[in-house]
Ligand binder design. Structure first.
Ligand SMILES: [Zn+2]
Ligand SMILES: [Zn+2]
Length: 340
């Protein structure tokens, strides 16, 4: 099969021929129809994630069709259209028994701990625990985002921050996950402010019902009930904490890597104003039906976030370019092996 192979961290990967993946006994091999390009892929490629060993195939926001099924799999057949959370939960550890597969203690992650979906085929172990069927009428480009950006945003807003109608939510960073968070918060009846340096991202944030601001204007928001760092940097984290009301909730969704991995936090303010600092990481497969219902009935429109579709051949340069400011602006890029 063709796959985008990283052989050195930070060096542009190559599209090469590699052997087809072996089907795990408890898993499936999926023929990739679409896979989202995500800033987490960039963090992995640049070397911020020590769970990755080389050579490596990135890609964790995938949708496709089951091509092979392992002998121990009960619930899936060749031809099923599926997506998956980017965390493949074990189904047995104490986190999993509490229903929290997104923080499974034995988790595997395609595109990080396993070879991912920037390829024609991807092997997914633990199929019965993690695969999610894609409903008719939801196309692969949209479904690819359900495993990471849409699900992550949904969990951050609905389950972790528990946003209620009438609350004010500030979203720092209007890339795929930030824009998805805006949609979810609006669907729950919140007033939303989206902050992003890119005019294209701000335009999209406004289209999704947010008031959009440029961070260059300085700290113009205060008194928010909830604030989400959907970008992941010391600066957006600080801005997020600074804009909260007393007892407000900060949710960290964007990954912080490199020099920002251990950011300074104004803990005096956290204590004195009783702020809550919360983390959010993907979403368990068991929570997908409620998101899929919102997509199916049109309350959530991930299709509005799609900016462009590229083939595998273009993926290496686009992945490397995600480090440049503004590269992820104006919506989501989907990689489709059928486009070359
Ligand atoms: Zn992602
Ligand atoms: Zn587990």
């Amino acid at each position: 099969m063709r796959a985008v192979l990283v052989t050195r961290f930070g060096e542009e990967p190559a599209l090469v021929e590699v052997p087809d993946p072996v089907c795990p006994d408890d898993g499936v091999v999926v023929r990739v129809e679409a896979t989202g390009l995500c800033r987490s892929d960039w963090h992995g490629w640049i070397g911020h994630d020590d769970s990755i060993s080389l050579p490596h195939v990135p890609g964790h926001e995938l949708a496709g069709t089951v091509a092979r099924v392992g002998p121990d799999v009960r619930g899936w057949r060749v031809g099923d259209r599926v997506t998956t959370p980017f965390v493949l939960a074990c189904g047995r550890c104490s986190a999993c028994s509490r229903g929290d597969g997104q923080v499974c203690e034995q988790q595997l992650q395609p595109g990080f701990t396993l070879w991912g979906s920037f390829a024609e085929l991807v092997a997914l172990p633990r199929a019965d625990v993690n695969l999610v069927p894609i409903p008719d009428g939801v196309d692969a480009d949209v479904a690819a985002g359900l495993g990471c950006r849409v699900a992550t945003a949904y969990r951050a807003v609905a389950h972790v921050a528990r946003v209620e109608a009438g609350e004010t939510v500030v979203v720092h960073g209007c890339g795929g996950v930030g824009l998805s968070a805006i949609s979810v918060a609006r669907a729950r009846g919140a007033e939303v402010v989206g902050i992003d340096p890119s005019p294209a991202s701000r335009a999209l944030a406004e289209r999704l019902g947010a008031t959009a601001l440029d961070p260059a204007q300085g700290p113009t928001v205060s008194g928010a009930d909830v604030s989400i760092d959907a970008f992941g940097s010391a600066a957006t984290l600080a801005a997020s904490i600074a804009c909260l009301r007393p007892r407000g909730r900060h949710v960290q969704v964007g990954l912080l890597g490199g020099a920002d991995a251990w950011p300074a936090v104004d803990m005096g303010r956290v204590v004195g104003q009783e702020l809550q600092l919360l983390g959010s990481h993907g979403m368990a497969a068991s929570d997908y039906p409620e998101v899929l219902r919102l997509v199916a009935d049109g309350s959530l429109r991930p299709d509005l976030l799609l900016r462009d579709r590229i083939g595998l051949a273009e993926a290496p340069s686009r992945l490397a370019a995600l480090g440049t400011p503004g590269a992820g602006a104006g919506g989501v890029t989907v990689v489709r092996p059928d486009l070359g």
